[in-house]
Write a protein that binds this ligand. Structure first.
Ligand code: PMT
Length: 221
């Protein structure tokens, strides 16, 4: 696994969840720990790639040899990703990006007054969709975390976001998904081919995914 088949390639990886502020104390977040994205970043660096890791809040150290930019919100992740996009060969979006954010961020802590509290949410930019629109030579890989109709939703995202591959994880399965060391994924290719992987460590999933990406790169150059 120690081959240097990504030497000379620049790869952008996003990891962890974004946080969208409600007030100075609270935020809307999700359960992504960053483990999947950091495993990919470490594995890509091990293969000689120049790795740019753009991470939401995570309790993980940057893997050796990886340049890391830490962000909090989807808007910050969008800006950081777009700043690098033109210079990279590969993008893997393992981050769980909040689809919505509070319309207004209260500048003071919201007090416990009424029995109910309504927070209006507005749509965040879809970063990967935007990359799909802009892409030239880049290989674009997305993730899809689903609780039902995994393949239908994942295929929809693959097409809509103009991806080369999507990694579908059914997060209802024990051993798959958020905040654990293993994952169970299906890799769906642009041409419709599907590869089903058994439960593997996130490092092993990362290596297999990078093998597929290296194959695509050798085909396209
Ligand atoms: O971090 P871990 O704890 O290890 O968990 C890993 C994981 C389960 C978070 C990861 O494997 C995973 O599945 N990440 C994607 C989570 C997800 O729900 O994605 P999505 O279906 O909302 O989005 C599909 C794709 O579009 C993703 O590549 C996402 O990064 C991207 N996206 C989504 C919304 C948005 N506004 N902008 C985006 O770029």
């Amino acid at each position: 696994q120690n081959c240097q088949n990504l030497r000379g390639r620049r790869i952008l990886i996003t990891a962890a969840g974004t946080r969208e502020a409600i007030d100075p104390v609270r935020y809307i977040g999700n359960r992504s720990s960053g483990k999947m994205g950091y495993a990919l970043a470490g594995a890509a660096a091990g293969r000689g790639a120049e790795v740019i890791l753009i991470s939401g809040p995570a309790n993980l150290p940057a893997p050796p040899g990886v340049s890391i930019t830490r962000v909090e919100t989807a808007a910050q992740m969008q800006a950081a990703v777009l700043a690098e996009f033109d210079t990279v060969d590969i993008v893997i979006k393992a981050a769980a990006v909040a689809d919505y954010r509070p319309e207004l961020v209260a500048d003071q802590k919201i007090k416990k007054t009424g029995n109910t509290l309504t927070i209006n949410l507005v749509k965040n930019p879809d970063i990967l969709f935007e990359l799909g629109q802009r892409k030239k030579q880049q290989i674009l890989v997305g993730f899809a975390a689903e609780t039902k109709d995994l393949m239908i939703h994942a295929r929809e995202k693959l097409t809509k976001k103009n991806l080369d591959m999507i990694v579908a994880n059914d997060i209802t399965l024990p051993g798959a998904g958020f905040n654990i060391d293993t994952n169970i994924v299906k890799i769906i290719h642009k041409d419709g081919a599907v590869e089903e992987l058994p439960q593997l460590s996130k490092q092993q999933v990362a290596e297999i995914l990078l093998d597929k990406i290296s194959t695509l790169l050798t085909k396209s150059t």
